[in-house]
Design a protein. Structure first.
Length: 179
């Protein structure tokens, strides 16, 4: 039954407008300093921080509801860890709790990524003490070189670590593969 037929019969859903499914729904990541060992030990019983208000521009609602949990894999743990999600019922925005020392889309901490890249650029070979494959570390280096070319217009044979720090201030995650 179409929208016109529902109007004729007096049936109407809460909101049939196309904007209901448009840009008003989104997701945001909230980064917090948390103890990973405690999250691993307590699982869903960990007291995850709850945002006091919706942080989405134009909303600011104080009604933030629990929206379940999501599994995240982190290096050093055999299985996934549970992380809390929150939802604003007024704008539909979903907040995912994340660790502050991990970049989005990465299972390895920022310190480990920076350490691996720095070691490779200074010594000319990969750091085996990190216990990470050369392919994985190479993935970060190739992404970094590509982002330097795309975002900064620099040649990748220049000072890569200088480009790394400039990219952090520009796009936040210099080793992401979005381009």
């Amino acid at each position: 039954m179409g929208k016109e037929a529902r109007k004729r019969r007096g049936l109407r859903f809460a909101d049939d407008s196309p904007s209901r499914f448009g840009p008003r729904y989104g997701s945001l990541s909230l980064f917090f300093m948390m103890c990973v060992k405690e999250i691993f030990r307590l699982g869903k019983d960990y007291a995850f921080p709850r945002p006091e208000r919706c942080l989405r521009e134009g909303c600011g609602s104080s009604r933030i509801w629990g929206h379940g949990f999501v599994l995240r894999y982190l290096d050093g743990y055999a299985g996934p860890l549970w992380f809390r999600r929150w939802r604003c019922p007024d704008c539909g925005c979903v907040y995912t709790i994340r660790l502050a020392d991990y970049w989005p889309r990465h299972h390895t901490s920022v310190q480990t990524i920076v350490s691996g890249l720095t070691y490779r650029l200074t010594h000319g070979f990969w750091d085996r003490s990190l216990e990470l494959t050369r392919q994985r570390q190479g993935h970060w280096l190739r992404a970094l070189r590509r982002n330097i070319k795309v975002w900064l217009g620099m040649d990748a044979v220049g000072d890569i670590m200088k480009g790394f720090h400039e990219l952090i201030s520009l796009i936040g995650v210099p080793v992401v593969r979005l381009v």
